[in-house]
Ligand binder design. Sequence first.
Ligand code: MTE
Length: 344
Amino acid sequence: MSKLPKEPPSHEITPPALYTLRRRELLKNAALFAGTASAVGGGLVWLTGGQAGVADTAGRGAPGGSAAPPVDAPPLPEAAPTPVTSGRDPFVTDEARTAYEDIVSYNNYYELGLSKSEPAANAGRLRLRPWSVACEGEVKKPEVIDLDTLLRWFPLEERVYRMRCVEAWSMVIPWLGFPLAALLRRLDPTSRARYVQFTTLLDPAQLPGQRSDVLDWPYVEGLRIDEAMHPLTLLAVGLYGKSLLGQNGAPLRLVVPWKYGFKGCKSIVSIKLTERQPKTTWSQAAPDEYGFYANVNPAVDHPRWSQASERRIGELRRRRTLPFNGYAEEVAGLYSGMDLRENF
Ligand code: MTE
């Protein structure tokens, strides 16, 4: 691996896999997506032109414009009002929200393209209904559950979380979703269940990046069961009050706000409880760079990106990165006694 400067200017930041990609693979990938551009040309116009948000300077307020949800995703039920807590509320940060148009146009979703803008351009290929999730493994009540059934079972909540990518950029996103714990409780884990594994859809027709060997597909992520049961851990189906778009991991994606963004597995088709720690995509691809835990930690640098600070999308100045992405009060206890340098 060649050496890069420790912290390149943000416009030069290379997505993780690109770094390890050989030029040949890059070219192959470019060819793969070339065909897509014309096929979804109309979608691209819709995505870039239709989603001009009307968020104010602080990025607040509902996104406006004519952004339409994907044709095959029915509207979401209303979110339950977020319970008001006194003082600090970990579920709803009062930091300025990132503008909707940034959240839906600056993405990492390698199955839909390697650049930040390709996932939005290619997302029209994803068929969002019917969609079901196989809930399996070490549970007493395994079941393949239709997404709309999940939406009926679990009331939606709005959670305004910071999201910190290992590439040293961050956003504040008003997600809509339900706690993963609610689903896990219903599945009734066996006493052997120690981890939860999440798997993205495997279908190169819908996710053409899966025709390249940039990563081992399907994308797999995992959590320890206590992390999965933590009240902050969310299965998201929307953001800014709208259905998730393909580029953000529609119709169902994981959100774990104290971990680097790559833990947030997109377009989930399987949730499997396991006895053994799952082999996760990035930690398999580059074990020295991406650990299983991936807790945001300003004291442990990634080989290419200092993790001490971050660039909040929409802001000019860098800001300090906080341990556990600012959620230490809620989650540090999950790791007491663990060496977080070793378990990065
Ligand atoms: N899930 C899948 N299936 N494929 C991906 O490439 N990228 C991850 C994560 N989930 C990724 C994924 C990374 S690196 C990040 S930072 C977040 O998704 C980005 O989420 P966003 O595009 O909604 O901001």
